[in-house]
Design a protein around this ligand. Structure first.
Ligand SMILES: *Cc1c(COP(=O)(O)O)cnc(C)c1O
Ligand SMILES: [Zn+2]
Length: 405
């Protein structure tokens, strides 16, 4: 399949055989550009309509020629959530639960493609900075590929489940005395100097894997397109990726419209929201981002330029929520729908509620919220926001008292 990399700022082209993360001329972000006419000619439309969703179902639209490094990622459930819809006040609400991926977050979609690309390019070591989930995904795909992985984490700010995964799958785990943005700047420098493949979402191949969320949503809605997709935004790769997926289906004539991409951040870490509200085309980095949603505790999102374009061209918006609002949404998802998510994921639902309450989203819309990571990622947060279990003596009288009190 034919494709190349194109700078979104100056338009410079780069060959697919190059090991490159940003434009050599202007340092702009890169996009993977395909020959869509060729894809259209070769695509098996019957299979597209009948095979069950998974990342590699859409391999005609992915930039990998080798047998991929895969542990069966994607194919996550799209739940119709009537009780939650009623509480929020929208007509039709679905939740795409990305916590049901192999490591419990959507990062697996990016890493199955990213680590496959590393192997295809002949790279022998992979690395990333991470707020947690990227490190878990890199560790597991590195293990599956049989190559070493190095992960940089902000010391003291990563949820326990994620560190556990990175360690058990055998990554070299390095804690940085700084925040995520510091860790990312460091690992980018390291990968420029050493033959180590960088797998943060600045790498455009990661986003190619993540765009399959859009394909699956369309697929699972019976080839209908929702009015709006709402999701948490951290480094801003996923909102960019999902938007690209919806665009490609339109380009290929599979669908005829696109959803409004709506990004949610927390009040303590919301540079994209501020830029959106100021109608600016780039962000002002925040020095000390802080939120209970550690997965999106990011002050200088690397994909900001791409994300702001995606939000604008899709007619979407960006909004921020408080930690208290996202914890309430986390409990609503868990207790009204049986969907267990980590704090960052719940911002999608909290943001939707805020925007519906404010009259900025119509109650007649069909909305898909993406929940990005699983509840078990961050057990410490759960313990801190739920009421403590009661402890009683081991006799029936004490038990009755506890049950019926
Ligand atoms: C990575 C991550 C995000 C943020 O995604 P970006 O592509 O960085 O915007 C949100 N939620 C969870 C659970 C994540 O792991
Ligand atoms: Zn450029």
């Amino acid at each position: 399949m034919d494709y190349y990399l194109k700078c979104i700022e100056c338009g410079a082209d780069f060959d697919k055989t190059e090991i490159i993360y940003t434009c050599r001329k202007c340092d702009g972000l890169l996009d993977v550009i395909y020959d869509y006419d060729e894809i259209k000619k070769n695509m098996d439309m019957e299979k597209l309509k009948t095979a069950p969703p998974s990342v590699w179902k859409y391999k005609d639209l992915l930039p990998i020629a080798i047998e991929p490094v895969s542990i069966r990622e994607g194919g996550t459930p799209l739940y119709k959530c009537d009780r939650l819809a009623k509480k929020i006040g929208v007509k039709e609400l679905y939740v795409k639960h990305e916590g049901m991926n192999p490591t419990g977050s959507f990062k697996d979609r990016g890493m199955t493609v990213g680590v496959s690309k590393a192997i295809e390019l002949g790279m022998k070591t992979v690395a990333c900075a991470s707020t947690g989930n990227t490190s878990a995904a890199l560790a597991i795909y590195g293990a599956k590929a049989g190559i070493p992985s190095v992960v940089l984490l902000p010391a003291g700010k990563v949820a326990l489940g994620k560190i556990g995964q990175a360690l058990m799958h055998g990554a070299k785990v390095i804690m940085i005395k700084g925040n995520f943005d510091d860790a990312l700047a460091l690992v980018r420098e390291l990968c420029e100097q050493e033959p180590i493949y960088l797998l943060n979402s600045v790498n455009p191949y990661r986003l190619e894997g993540q765009k399959t969320i859009a394909f699956e949503i369309v697929d699972q809605l019976g080839f209908k397109v929702p009015d709006r997709v709402v999701l948490p935004v951290g480094n801003a790769g996923n909102i960019t990726a999902i938007n690209k997926g919806f665009k490609e289906f339109v380009t290929l004539g599979i669908t005829d419209k696109r959803p409004k991409m709506t990004g949610i951040q927390t009040e303590g870490a919301c540079p994209i929201v501020k830029a959106y509200k100021a109608d600016a085309d780039d962000i002002t980095p925040e020095k000390n981002p802080e939120t209970i949603a550690t997965a999106i505790r990011i002050g200088d999102p690397v994909n900001a330029r791409k994300a702001l374009i995606a939000i604008k061209e899709s007619g979407g918006m960006a909004e921020s929520v408080t930690d208290a609002e996202l914890v309430q949404a986390q409990k609503d998802l868990a207790q009204l729908e049986g969907i267990g998510v980590e704090p960052a994921s719940a911002t999608s639902v909290a943001g939707l509620k805020k925007l519906v309450d404010a009259g900025l989203i119509s109650k007649d819309e069909t909305v898909v919220c993406v929940t990005t990571g699983h509840l078990l990622k961050d057990p410490e947060e759960v313990i801190s926001v739920c009421t403590e279990p009661v402890t009683v003596e081991a006799n029936l009288e004490a038990l009755r008292k506890a049950v019926f009190e």
